[in-house]
Design a binder for this molecule. Sequence first.
Ligand SMILES: [Zn+2]
Length: 222
Amino acid sequence: MSKHLCSYCKTVIGKKLLSKNSPAPDELVSLINALTRKDNEGYCQTCLPTIIKKEEENTRRAISEIIDAIPVITIHTPQSWNYEILGIVTGQSTTGTGIFSDIESSISDFFGGQSVTYNAKIAEGETRCFSQLRAKASALGGNAVIATDIDYSELGTSTGMIMVCASGTAIKLMNIEILGEEKTRRIHRVQKMVNYLNKINSDGAEVIGKIDSFIYNCVSGY
Ligand SMILES: [Zn+2]
């Protein structure tokens, strides 16, 4: 009986083609199974976009957990690195420091607790910028960022907003083992998952496009 249950939402798949839980065409079930490396028998049509979205989210999360392995360095020509230059990558982050909003409380706060907050916010902005550099470099097929430059600017004089900008050169490091076994392993994993994410995006778009035309054909009587 499992054939009539959606493998994702576990409800009975409807018989009517245009009901909310109508069966997804076999072709799309195979596509989803191939993508998610599963061997399920059936899904309802409306679950397919959710499955794709969830797979994408999970992959993004998994990438973000290990993407720190990608080196971001300020050196322009690191010694004994053999690499190919891929292009410029940039990152931006804007954060409210909270300094100006609380300035009335006490000026001494500025030298105590507030400056700690201030530094923490800047550090947070830097981290976010570096993550963007890593993500963009890996999207280009790279595995490191060199010649990184970082800039800070205040947005206006009384907003308390700080903008952190970073830019660097994405490269593909050929002798990646120079970074050590653990980092090499994690960077390879990032690259694998980025490729998978691209596949989710392209196959996902195909599935969603096909669902739309499938529904359209049903409505128009084909
Ligand atoms: Zn379902």
